[in-house]
Design a protein around this ligand. Structure first.
Ligand code: BGC
Length: 461
């Protein structure tokens, strides 16, 4: 999308409705923490059983991202998103009705299938609708609603905690964001890029005329047509093309940095971290966790405000510095726990707030944004699903090694490890990640095809 005469209100409404896909992702990320306490009792789950309940959703996400690369290319972005909302709703009802452990786990896999697809189909959809000068902010609305979804899920958990059959209502509440997304998307258009890629130019121009009334619509269509592939459906073979490698490297690399700096150990285990740092009561630990969720939301808003002004790279740089400093602070705190004593818990609160705030202005939203920007139309759906798949695989590995790492290399060692990844991540971003602020997707694609270095993919000269 170029930067002509844009109907900003329409583009914002379209992006905001699609971004409710982030709510699904966030809601499910958070809801399990509260539900687990009750599932444990009702299904008599040992720790392995609990791990299954938590991890089955990640397995579903991996599966969803892996099998659906073609889906968004063949069905279109819009229909794929409507489908995921439906799958998520079915999974929510299924889990809420579970009366056997196997049914519960199977239902969680179904929920994961929906999230796995939504997690990349929504940023993809918005990036193809948004004009370059607002693309960063609009795509990041998805991450904002994700963080809101996490906080909402804590509140839902709280609301039903004292109701009989509590976890059933917690899971069932997931139907609401799924309905909002499914019904909302029903009224939204398909993206002009996808339509033009399928030779449906008349429909593409109809939508472009609504988004950018005036002669710009025709110019935009011509720019998209230039980028339209010869073969309409992407394949694994195409992903092997050498000129695509820089983009694949950036996508998988940024997802590694996002996950291996330990974000989900904080999201999933914040109360545990607060408890081991010295908070005696679970209630205080949970209140501090809600605080972490709120800082996540607020700093994502700051990212949205800044991402198209200062660009992606400065945010990545400062954010990764903040994350590395706070992780090192936590590591030092645990290393000198005996000397620090009671102050450790306050240090943990300060460090985790700094950590989540730094994540939220940098790799949180920007990893998802970058993968929606750097792939050529020809393989966009497929390549994004690959980067998304790597995100879920890294998430899975990090979340399920966290407590084991605590026991083997110790608390300090664990946080030093994540801090080390933070340093590597900073160099990776500095050396390989391009600045894509205000650059059209077609220009990024032209650079990629011309063999530009990863760092220079956003160059306009
Ligand atoms: C990450 C998730 C994480 C969330 C926290 C997302 O960008 O992909 O793994 O749970 O941010 O806000």
């Amino acid at each position: 999308m170029s930067s002509g005469n844009i109907n900003k209100k329409l583009v914002f409404v379209i992006s905001a409705v699609a971004a409710t896909g982030g709510l699904l992702f966030g809601f499910d990320t958070g809801v399990i923490s509260g539900a687990l306490l009750f599932l444990k009792e009702d299904f008599l789950l040992d720790s392995q059983g609990q791990e299954w309940v938590v991890s089955s959703v990640l397995l579903g996400c991996i599966l969803g991202a892996a099998v659906s690369g073609r889906l968004v290319d063949v069905l279109g972005r819009r229909k794929a998103i409507i489908g995921t909302a439906l799958v998520f709703a079915v999974g929510s009802i299924w889990t809420s009705a579970a009366d056997a452990f196997s049914m519960l786990v199977a239902g969680r896999v179904v929920v994961g299938l929906g999230i796995g697809v939504a997690s990349y189909a929504v940023p993809l959809y918005i990036s193809e609708i948004a004009p370059p000068q607002h693309r960063g902010a609009l795509v990041s609305l998805n991450q904002l609603l994700l963080t809101v979804g996490i906080v909402l899920s804590y509140l839902v958990d709280d609301l039903f905690a004292n109701t009989a059959g509590s976890w059933r209502y917690m899971f069932l509440a997931g139907v609401i964001p799924a309905l909002v997304l499914g019904v909302g998307m029903f009224f939204l258009p398909e993206t002009p890029s996808w339509l033009a890629g399928k030779g449906r130019d008349a429909e593409a121009i109809g939508i472009l005329n609504r988004i950018m009334p005036g002669p710009e619509a025709e110019i935009e269509l011509a720019a998209i047509q230039q980028a339209v592939p010869e073969s309409p459906v992407s394949s694994v073979k195409q992903l092997r093309a050498p000129w695509l490698r820089p983009a694949l490297l950036i996508g998988i690399g940024i997802m590694f940095v996002q996950q291996a700096t330990g974000i989900n150990t904080v999201i999933y285990y914040a109360p545990t971290i607060f408890e081991v740092a010295g908070f005696q009561s679970a209630t205080t630990a949970i209140t501090a966790t809600v605080g972490v969720g709120l800082v996540n939301v607020l700093m994502t808003m700051v990212a949205i405000w800044l991402v198209d002004k200062v660009g992606r790279k400065p945010l990545l740089s400062y954010g990764l510095i903040g994350m590395t400093v706070s992780l090192s602070g936590l590591a030092l705190g645990f290393q000198f726990q005996a000397e620090i004593g009671g102050s450790l818990k306050w240090m943990a609160v300060g460090m985790l707030f700094l950590y989540i705030g730094s994540f939220a202005i940098s790799v949180g939203p920007i990893a998802w944004l970058l993968i929606a920007e750097i792939y050529p139309l020809e393989v966009r759906g497929f390549a994004m699903s690959l980067a998304t798949l790597s995100n879920w695989v890294f998430n899975f590995i990090v979340s399920f090694t966290f407590l084991t790492l605590f026991d083997t290399i110790g608390k300090a060692g664990t946080f030093w490890l994540y801090a080390g990844v933070g340093v590597l991540g900073w160099f990776f971003c500095h050396l390989y990640v391009p600045e894509t602020k205000g650059v059209s997707l077609e220009t990024i694609e032209k650079n990629l095809r011309a063999g530009a270095r990863p760092k220079d993919l956003g160059s306009t000269s």
